[in-house]
Design a protein around this ligand. Structure first.
Ligand SMILES: [Zn+2]
Length: 520
């Protein structure tokens, strides 16, 4: 037995010596840049104005313009969980933001209040696990303004994962570490977020370069909706509000570069992973809409910010050994109130509560616990056991709920999850829903809004639907051996992880939904 153990490492060394060239050229770093709420059309719409990172990546890489998150709830957590896992939410266990990374067993370091965060709900493996299974020395570093944006691209692995809860400091949770490393404390001590106090966000380019009208009161609900936007002079207030400005993305990039140096990431001989998630576009779009002048400017600024990031990274590390992927966690829907006058049906704001209230009355009348049916925004859940021995059946209650829901303005369809057509090409809405939950889910029905409509009144604009405006995101692969091309065929974000795995020569550890894309 002992002999066998000794023989295996010897063989492994021989194999390495036999192919020295392949080993030397192996990519040393995979960089995943994810821009939160970055619509698929931004790169074409503003393309002529790019001079930085977006220009470099789209001109020098393989750019897929018809790429989609092919799932039903296009939100941040499910998007980030699919990007580097190659799997739909039905198998990652991350079906919505609400069931994302919050975990009271994993408190944040240095923050006494609030919930903790961890990948406890995430199921299965990701690209980094596949790399680490063949190279135990491989490391990953992930940074985002949001906990879910930092945690989910890496999965369960206890790596260097940091985010910005909004109180002026980057942190991690006890899932990853018991204390912050010295380099993170040093970075926090620089008070970079606080340094934006009193600064002004004005358009980057002359006004003639923007087609958008700035003075639109529906943007920002009539509050602070025209340029220039001035940051509060109080450093603590500025450090909190900075999250909804392009300055946040500058801070994330500074933190990412600091980490690459401090952690000595991407020097080889194996392949490390760096995940950088830029969240400001999402925050700007939620407040002012994805067609606002501010959103346009935010995209231009991200082009410059990503440009500085890549220039700096390529000075620190050998660019011929770095693969860069650019994508987004979801797209964005315009402000419903600003829909064109001839939009039919007219986009509106919707809630399933009228149908829920009616269903609960029916349950109470039949002597069933009225909480046996519940609604979580667009999904309907039911406790079937509560109906046992009662005069009302689960099916008849769902039938009446369905009828009531159909009568609500803004509901396009309501489907029994079990009856949804699976991998159909002709009904993308059904297909996307079928990719959202596992077959054994307790989700009974899923509701789909009319195009452009939104759930609730809280946000000026949002995302989350199975429609193309929310599912379409850019995918760009850039790096050694990748020749520039613009491709228009339909691809999915679950194809990213298997494509990168093929590029760096590692094998997925489980069955994926995605397939390796041909970049030739
Ligand atoms: Zn969002």
């Amino acid at each position: 037995m002992l002999k066998r153990i000794l023989v295996l490492p010897a063989l492994a060394i021989l194999a390495t010596v036999a192919h020295p060239q392949t080993t030397a050229q192996k990519p040393a770093l995979v960089v995943m840049i994810t821009i939160d709420g970055f619509r698929g059309d931004y790169l074409t719409r503003f393309g002529s104005q790019f001079t930085g990172g977006f220009a470099r990546l789209t001109k020098g890489g393989v750019w897929f313009t018809n790429a989609h998150h092919d799932h039903g709830i296009t939100e941040t957590a499910p998007g980030h969980a699919s990007l580097l896992s190659g799997r739909f939410p039905r198998s990652t266990g991350i079906a919505a933001n609400r069931v994302g990374v919050l975990d009271s067993n994993a408190p944040l370091l240095g923050f006494s209040g609030g919930l903790g965060a961890s990948p406890a709900r995430f199921q299965g493996t990701e690209l980094f696990d596949w790399i680490k299974s063949v190279d135990p020395k491989a490391r990953a570093f992930s940074v985002s303004a949001k906990d879910r944006g930092a945690i989910l691209p890496i999965g369960k692995s206890k790596q260097q994962v940091y985010w910005y809860p909004g109180d002026g400091e980057f942190t991690t949770s006890r899932y990853y570490a018991d204390s912050l490393p010295a380099w993170v404390r040093k970075f926090n001590d620089r008070l970079l977020p606080q340094s934006y106090a009193g600064k002004t966000w004005a358009p980057l380019l002359p006004d003639a370069e923007y087609k958008e009208i700035d003075d639109v009161p529906a943007e920002g609900n009539g509050v602070d909706f025209v340029f220039p936007h001035v940051m509060p002079t109080d450093p603590d207030q500025a450090a909190s509000l900075v999250r909804a400005t392009p300055f946040m993305d500058e801070i994330i990039v500074a933190m990412a570069l600091e980490g690459v140096t401090a952690l000595d990431l991407g020097r080889g001989p194996g392949t490390d992973v760096l995940a950088v998630s830029l969240s400001a576009t999402d925050a700007v779009n939620h407040r002012l809409g994805p067609a606002s002048k501010e959103s346009h400017d935010q995209v231009l600024r991200d082009d410059r910010i990503v440009g500085v990031f890549l220039d700096s990274l390529f000075r620190l590390r050998d660019s011929s050994r770095i693969i860069v992927i650019l994508s987004a966690d979801h797209g964005f829907s315009p402000i419903p109130e600003l829909a064109p006058a001839d939009a039919n049906p007219r986009p509106t704001r919707v809630s399933l509560f009228p149908a829920l209230t009616a269903a609960r009355k029916r349950l109470a009348a039949a002597g069933v616990d009225s909480l046996a049916i519940d609604v979580d925004q667009q999904i309907v859940l039911m406790d079937r056991a509560a109906f046992k021995g009662k005069k009302i059946s689960p099916e008849s209650l769902l039938d009446s709920f369905e009828k009531d829901a159909r009568a609500i303005n803004g509901i396009a369809r309501i489907d029994r999850f079990a009856n949804l057509a699976r991998d159909t090409a002709t009904d993308p809405v059904a297909r996307r829903w079928s990719h959202q939950f596992p077959a054994n889910t307790n989700v009974e029905m899923v509701a789909t809004l009319t195009p452009g409509s939104l759930w609730g009144t809280l946000l000026v604009a949002s995302h989350g639907s199975p429609y193309d405006y929310d599912s379409n995101v850019p995918i760009v692969f850039y790096g050694p051996g990748i020749a520039p091309a613009r491709r228009t065929e339909f691809v999915r974000t679950v194809d990213i992880a298997p494509t990168v795995a093929a590029l760096i020569g590692v094998k997925p550890l489980e069955k994926l939904d995605g397939v390796p894309l041909n970049l030739k």
